[in-house]
Design a binder for this molecule. Structure first.
Ligand code: PGA
Length: 248
């Protein structure tokens, strides 16, 4: 194991609530300084508290999403947007329906596109044409994945179609009726897409992520732990709760 590089800022919090408050404050400050911020958003359990806190700040008129543009990290292949497990549904339920973001400024890859290849290309070029993501929120998988970039993905990848790792499908099966219902494929921003964000905010909660975040921060930079690439990004903040920080 190598030394931790100084470009990663690590904030350890007492619990998940404090993690969510701190993350929301960082995103809120972006929106206040630059109302037209390009926000890279994530799904999963971890950012839900952050989104709740952002909604609270919006309701208190401290922030507005009126000019913001969002790009989500990923979406399952072939799930209708109304399916409760689709990330379209998730984002609408947990954030978009409660804030003033303009519908046309919301971007989520479509797993329903006729040509997934074209969808990947146009998603990537839309991010570029908007000037790139200002701040990208990330969660981390127990296997070190970011977005749906699973172990042994290519660091040079842009938005692409992936086959989901069995561990990821097992982890996500808790939201479906059974593991067979969990899609086997997804569209995800690639590692290069993520690394192109000007700033990255990695949120880590719970003991089951403690090994992954330890390897991310202190391990070798390797495609077998996709998040380890973040050591090479110039502006990463990790917010991790006490349980997740067990080995840090
Ligand atoms: P989680 O997922 O927030 O539901 O733990 C994170 C991830 O798998 O990227």
């Amino acid at each position: 194991m190598t030394e931790r590089l100084e470009n990663m800022k690590i904030i350890t919090t007492e619990d998940y609530n404090e993690l969510s408050e701190k993350a929301a404050k960082i995103i809120a400050s972006k929106l206040i300084l630059k109302p037209k911020s390009i926000l890279g958003l994530a799904t999963g359990s971890t950012p839900i508290g952050t989104y709740k806190e952002l909604i609270r700040l919006y309701n208190e008129k401290i922030i507005s999403f009126n000019e913001a543009i969002t790009f989500n990290l990923d979406e399952y292949y072939d799930l209708d947007y109304e399916n409760v497990n689709s990330y379209h549904y998730f984002m609408n339920k947990n954030l978009f329906s409660s804030i003033d973001i303009k519908k046309e400024n919301i971007n989520i890859p479509s797993g329903l596109a006729e040509s997934l290849e074209k969808e990947c290309e146009s998603y990537e070029s839309k991010i570029e044409s908007c000037g790139g993501v200002d701040i990208q929120i990330l969660g981390i998988g127990r296997n070190g994945h970011i977005g749906f970039n699973e172990p042994h993905c290519k660091f040079g990848s842009t938005t692409h179609v992936v086959s989901l790792d069995e561990d990821t499908r097992r982890a996500n099966a808790r939201f479906f009726r059974n593991i067979e219902e969990v899609p086997k494929k997804a569209i995800t921003m690639g590692i290069k897409t993520i690394m192109n964000a000007k700033e990255i905010l990695l949120l880590v909660s719970g003991e089951d992520k403690s090994k992954a975040i330890y390897e991310t921060v202190y391990g070798n930079v390797t495609e077998s732990v996709p998040a380890s690439v973040l050591q090479l990004h110039p502006n990463v903040t990790v917010i991790v709760d006490k349980k997740g920080a067990k080995f840090l």
